[in-house]
Design a protein around this ligand. Sequence first.
Ligand SMILES: *Cc1c(COP(=O)(O)O)cnc(C)c1O
Length: 823
Amino acid sequence: MVLNLTIPQVLEITSGQLIGKFTAVPISKISIDSRQILQPDQTLFVALRGAKADGAAFIPNLMGEGIQLFLVHEDFQPTPDQEKDCAFIRVRDTRVALQQIAAYQRKNFPKPVIGITGSNGKTIIKEWLGQVLSQSFTVAKSPKSYNSQVGVPLSVFGIESYHQVAILEAGISKRGEMQALQSIIQPDLGIFTNIGSAHEEGFESLEEKIREKLMLFEDAKLLIYCKDHPWPAKEIEGKFEEIKRVAWSIQPGTDFCVSYKSFEEKTKIILLKNDLSTLTFSVPFSDKASLENITHVLVAALTLGQEISAIQEGLDHLKPIDMRLTLKPGINDSLLIDDTYNNDLAGLKVALEFLSQQRPKRSKILILSDLLQQGAPEKIYGEVADLTKSYEIDHIIGVGKEIQRLKSLVDLELEMYPSTDTFLQNLDPERFQNDLILITGARSFAFERVVNRLQQRIHGTTLEINLNALTHNFNFYKRQIDPKTKVMVMVKAFAYGGGAAEIANHLQTMGADYLAVAFSDEGVTLRKQGIRLPIMVLNPVEESFDLLREYQLEPVVFSPEFFKKLGYYAQNHQIQIPIHLDLDTGMHRLGFERHHISELKALIKLFPELKIASLYTHLVGADEDEHHEFSILQLEQFMEMKAEVESVLAYKPLIHALNSAGIIRYPTYQMDMVRLGIGLYGVEVTGKYDGSLKPVSTLKTTISQVKELPAGATIGYSRKGALPTGGKIATLAIGYADGYDRRFSQGKGFVLIQGRKAPVIGNVCMDMVMVDVSDFEEIKAGDEAIIYGEQISLKELADRIGTIPYELLTNISTRVKRVYYLD
Ligand SMILES: *Cc1c(COP(=O)(O)O)cnc(C)c1O
């Protein structure tokens, strides 16, 4: 909901200053994204400044699309033409202004607002509570995990006047952030989920983290929490009066005393209230985390006075859900975006945005179910139609009854089916060829069946890449350097194992300046997949000169001989080739040494066809203290050598030296560009900022078989594994051919099953490995095992077998499917 605002109102709310043309048009939409403009004449565009991009850069384009109202930073100076046609509201900080507008909008929503925070479970509790409450009310909620300083304001703008309750989540990562979110959300009812013990960069201590999070509930009327988590409970009880607190626990003596009785996949939940009345519910799952989350949901629904039968009705449709928006390889070179858990317009926008950022394919296809959103359908489907137009969807397949309304609203070819069953009966997967397909639908349409039909078979082992974590890490390094310093990202070796095309594409949308690959072939692959960023090739060979030219790849030149060969090639073909010069200051791998410099200068004059795009050197020990002096020596020698080369150039090439570790240790040498590698993929090799990066990849596999073995049994080749007193093993579908290092054999390695460690037993085989699960109670074929990921540090694993994280990452075989997601 954006209550119609006027310019004077915005000026008052934000203490802004108006320049340019005053218009009296009411503002009914607020956008921060230049690609999501639906009604330009009524849209206020807020130009945010990010680590890389400045929203103000889009103003000329947006004016072309008809936008006339902009909220900008106070140093923004419109051109005389812009001033003539548009209104600019200048404020000290546009992000703060966006938050102020959201807070104002929130104040005008008279119905209950539920605020959720804590370390884990926020999003799932929000989604489940939304599903349960929607049995009785029209519910607004934040899309996906929109819980940040910008996500929360956007969530508020999604609340409409017909909603009867709103659920918003708040996530913070450092001290001082909750204040702003509190002033926007102003929850009437709060839910505090729990607190993780992990050390977080932004907080001094666990107490500080809890206190900061609790600020959200400063003015709440009621706060729901679980008393079984002693630390937060203590803080809550010290801070909030008894009358505000709604506690639940598995112990007696709280407002709700809970007990669980699980039967296979089902659980009966019994709530004993303090007036000794009992309530019984049943849910279709039994794992501990889900039970804790659903108990918060139950207590919240009861606190809001929802009818018991309606609550149970809502629970009957729940499943443990995967909320993530996932990019998967599809059949016939198609790419699938799996959004089979989505039920509203806000979620659809997020998914379309993700779609628009993917590599170009033959056509964009949207498979969409009815949106289970109450409220005026004409308006909702009208917006769906506008969205499909602005995201340039080529073809729509609609499933359901309401979706039929689209027929009269869009001029595309539409295919409509009344149900998922009829759609599947008529579906010929072969019709899709090299397409980009977004599959998005409400839970009840069970679109996972559609995804199953259209995805490339994925079995056993997958490498999941978290694109949000990649963004987080990229921005972490951007914050370490000057905004003007460029970033070249190393995507050699299949982007350190992560999958070059998807990662390169994501980097392109994040605003990386350059990419680098090891060999020409890798660059060709990227170009064929639609990557447009400049690409440097570290180790080109003479045989690939034609490819370099055809695919606009920029070779590194590292010796006088190579310079000449490439120079003659350029002369013969009468072309210019941008090149990069590798200056060897101590690596002694490739590169011009000091004694080559005068010859190099002569060659530069001789072959003006070779245009020096950059000059660089590479540090040999930037990650280690013991090499500090040598690193400085290298950097100083590089400065001298590059000055010599520059003396014969009439133009300025880019100068760069730092890799990931160098960015952290030698920021004064960042020069024009840095070369980011391993850090982007979540490993901070200097160890100085261990908690600041997020792990990007999770390698997962499944259990193929579980065996009970008698005392004395041996396991695997050469009888290297033994169970002297008998026990239980699980065989996993991953082996050294997938990149699971054979050095993990015989207890050196371990995997995580159900969050617990299971050590490798015996020798790792080519396609399988056995782990000891003797003390696991319930474990069966098909269960998941994590090889590395969030809870298993790559550094620790690498240490165990005497190698480095680089090797573990890049060893993952290409036969392991890569799946990408936004969480
Ligand atoms: C691989 C590589 C990098 C990146 O190194 P990281 O340690 O992964 O950051 C930088 N420069 C060159 C020349 C490289 O080969």
